[in-house]
Ligand binder design. Structure first.
Ligand SMILES: Cc1ncc(COP(=O)(O)O)c(C=O)c1O
Length: 418
């Protein structure tokens, strides 16, 4: 039977998983003694940290069960405290804001420019005597105006943290993104640059921050076996569900049921949308996730080359049509965002044709939709450009599971609605 007609073209349903990743997940499923690991020098946890140190030429790397855990540890290491303000861009994920709230500090939102990255001009305006740190996000793999932002932080004596959740492998003026700030973090979430379903890394070259990170890290525990099992099952269950996704909605039903029965975990827990951390974070990275992440890390260059190749197709078409695009040279295009007035309508119409472009990055200044923005200290009207652009954003998929013909098909379909 040909299942491919029921399998959706999708931006975020397990987009990085290839056959070798799936086989690795199966293997892990039957080796539960490996899940937590011992943290020895032969462990995958040790190896992935070493890989990051070598890749970024940086002294300290600590692995966590998510980017949000990694960010929490960095904020704790620079001693962010109650009453401190931490600046970050609007148009971000609640997972990047909750660590600030968790430590009792105040998030202050900075407007974005048309590349969907932090505006240095608005940053200057939002700094006060209580500001302690700035988090700069390289949205969807396009580097932010990092030199300008770094200069502002140096002048104002603020810590600069790079949010590289979308930008592993990005270089700016031939220097890797993640090496400009005082500390940086990466994410290996399910639809990030590389994926171990959940995972993250904190890095720094600063000895003082590195030592404090180490102390914080040592106090953390590992996630439960049930949580690890949920992540191992993710690629396995998706491999069954996706080919049947739209066949009488069987695949969709399987995924819904597995979440309801807690066989799978969500990428964002309901409580996080209210501005609170569930007990799953902050935690260290378990061995099982490190094994999956290490396998993906080995493929990083190829995965990013593929993204750039798909982006060339979108670029060729949309630039010619005069459609506004957001990504810039140097991007690894974790997504390919375009700005159109009827983004919501296009998402809805393409969904009917089994093309799923809803990755949750739209409609709100703190995503995913459903996030109770007022609980995150966002002041309405404080970031007008972000508030306007979030309704125009249409993200297009670039991941390894998107074939060139599929990218061309997406372009053809969107054309009809422009
Ligand atoms: C920009 C950004 N920062 C931080 C995070 C947090 O990463 P993680 O999901 O690994 O906790 C995410 C993803 O959720 C993100 O998109």
């Amino acid at each position: 039977m040909n299942f491919s007609r029921w399998r959706p073209i999708s931006i975020s349903l397990s987009p990085n998983v290839e056959r070798d990743d799936l086989l690795l997940a199966y293997k892990l499923l039957f080796e539960p003694w490996k899940w937590k690991g011992k943290g020895t020098k032969s462990s995958a946890v040790f190896k992935i940290e070493e890989e990051f140190k070598n890749y970024l030429k940086i002294r300290y790397a600590f692995s966590f069960n998510s980017g949000r855990s990694a960010l929490t540890s960095i904020l704790a290491a620079i001693e962010v405290q109650k009453g401190d303000e931490v600046l970050l861009q609007a148009f971000t994920c609640n997972a990047a804001v909750n660590p600030i709230l968790y430590l009792g500090a105040r998030p202050v939102f900075v407007d974005i420019d048309n590349t969907l990255n932090l505006s240095p001009e608005d940053l200057e305006k939002k700094i006060t005597s209580r500001t302690r740190a700035v988090i700069v996000q390289h949205t969807f793999g396009t580097p932010a105006k990092i030199e300008k932002i770094k200069k502002i932080c140096e002048r104002k004596k603020l810590f600069l943290i790079e949010d590289c959740a979308h930008s592993l492998g990005v270089r700016y003026k031939n220097k890797p993104i993640g090496t400009f700030g005082d500390a940086s973090f990466f994410s290996f979430g399910r639809d990030k640059v590389i994926s171990s379903v959940y995972g993250g890394m904190a890095v720094t070259n600063n000895t003082q921050i590195g030592q404090k990170l180490k102390r914080f890290y040592k106090k953390l525990s590992l996630p439960s076996s049930h949580w690890i099992l949920q992540q191992i099952l993710h690629p396995i269950i998706f491999s069954f569900a996706l080919p049947l996704f739209s066949f009488f909605n069987i695949g969709k039903g399987i995924l819904y049921l597995c979440q309801k029965l807690k066989i799978l975990s969500p990428s964002v827990y309901p409580i996080e949308k209210k501005g609170r951390f569930p007990g799953y974070f902050p935690k260290r990275m378990p061995e099982a996730m490190a094994i999956l992440a290490l396998n993906q890390f080995k493929k990083l260059e190829r995965l990013n080359r593929h993204r750039k190749q798909i982006a060339t197709i979108y670029n060729g078409a949309f630039v010619q049509m005069g459609v506004r695009t957001c990504a810039e040279e140097g991007s690894i295009y974790m997504r390919y965002p375009i700005l159109i007035e009827n983004a919501k309508e296009v998402r809805r119409e393409l969904k009917k044709q089994n093309i799923l472009l809803d990755d949750g990055w739209h409609s709100q200044v703190i995503v995913p939709p459903g996030t109770e923005v007022e609980n995150f200290n966002y002041i309405k009207g404080s970031c007008p450009n972000a508030e306007r652009l979030v309704h125009m954003i249409l993200n297009l998929p670039t991941s390894v599971n998107i074939k060139e013909e599929e990218a061309e098909k997406i372009v053809e379909k969107i054309k009809k609605y422009l």
